[in-house]
Design a protein around this ligand. Structure first.
Ligand code: SAH
Length: 302
């Protein structure tokens, strides 16, 4: 898999080509449309879909109709039943179509969990990225979110959530590294209760701002050192780390339910996803999965 962004000439697209609706917040004021002729919905959809396909025999993801804007975000929650093949509706926003194409690409890359794919289709990734970059929101790349941190590529977000879920429903989940809040929003679609911890105060505030309009009732954001976990909300069925340590902090292992799963990038220059399952009161099982590249897990708060 490649961490390289899609450098096709049609990107970056003007923001207006990926946003399906007028943005209310001045922070999301649409950029000027420089070259509308290259930024058609069709082109953007093709680009979002075309990047990173892998002939790995994964079953094609069949997208569903995007969540109706009138429904609350968490309504889309756990709604991923068998997904009917649908043509884009005439009233579907351009960003919906591009996001569906992104999800189709992630499915081709090997993610099969339809609950995860449905959640990825629900959350508007472009709303979590600064306006200058939001035209790149649906390409297969990590993107800067300030403070030397990045939002992970859609594929890796999906893959980690698939591993975390393992096909079962999740009750209480902890995320370490809220960043801009995107993955937390996706998590809120696949788990009953989500807690997310961020150590950089300004990113914690950014996530709050990004998430406010979604009014996600099952998500709690905390400012603090996630290496200590969140003892007041423990134990968790699932813990997911969005930053790589040399090892998984012991406090997090202790805050897993027996039977619970933790997914984390581990390593420095060379990193791998690690899946740790708590198999008993004092027993954990660890599996090393695919390679990855994450920002470092750091102690303390700033
Ligand atoms: N899930 C995020 C990805 C953010 S990048 C998103 O969707 O945007 C990883 C984040 O982990 C960074 O914001 C970084 O500040 C944070 N982080 C690193 N070490 C941490 C720690 N000990 N506790 C909490 N957050 C931490």
């Amino acid at each position: 898999m490649s961490d390289k962004p899609d450098k096709r000439s049609t990107f970056p697209l003007p923001l207006s080509s990926v946003t399906g609706d007028a943005r209310k917040s001045p922070a999301f004021a649409p950029a000027r449309v420089a070259k509308p002729q290259v930024a058609t919905p069709q082109t953007a959809t093709r680009n979002a879909a075309g990047n990173g396909a892998q002939p790995n025999g994964a079953k094609a993801y069949v997208p569903r109709v995007a969540a109706s804007p009138s429904k609350s975000h968490s309504d889309a929650l756990l709604r991923a039943q068998p997904l009917p093949l649908v043509a884009p509706r005439p009233d579907m926003g351009v960003s919906d179509a591009i996001r569906r194409a992104m999800v189709a690409r992630v499915a081709r890359q090997g993610v099969k969990d339809t609950v995860v794919l449905g959640a990825l289709e629900t959350v508007q990734r472009h709303r979590f990225i600064e306006p200058a970059l939001s035209a790149q929101a649906y390409i297969d790349a990590s993107l800067p979110i300030g403070h030397n941190q990045t939002i992970s590529r859609p594929y890796i977000v999906a893959r980690m959530l698939e591993v975390l879920r393992n096909g079962a429903s999740l009750n209480r989940v902890l995320e370490i590294g809220t960043g801009c809040g995107y993955q937390a929003a996706v998590l809120s679609c696949i788990a009953k209760e989500v807690y997310s911890v961020e150590r950089i105060r300004q990113l914690h505030e950014l996530a709050k701002t990004n998430l406010r309009h979604l009014r996600i009732v099952n998500l709690r954001l905390h400012y603090g050192d996630g290496m200590l976990g969140l003892p007041q909300a423990a134990p968790f069925d699932g813990i997911i780390l969005a930053a790589a340590g040399l090892e998984v902090p012991q406090a997090l292992l202790e805050q897993l339910n027996v039977g619970g799963r933790l997914v984390a990038p581990v390593g420095a220059q060379v990193q791998h996803l690690q899946l740790i399952t708590r198999t008993g009161k004092a027993e954990w099982m660890s599996e090393t999965l695919e390679g990855c590249h994450f920002v470092p897990l750091r102690p303390g708060t700033v």
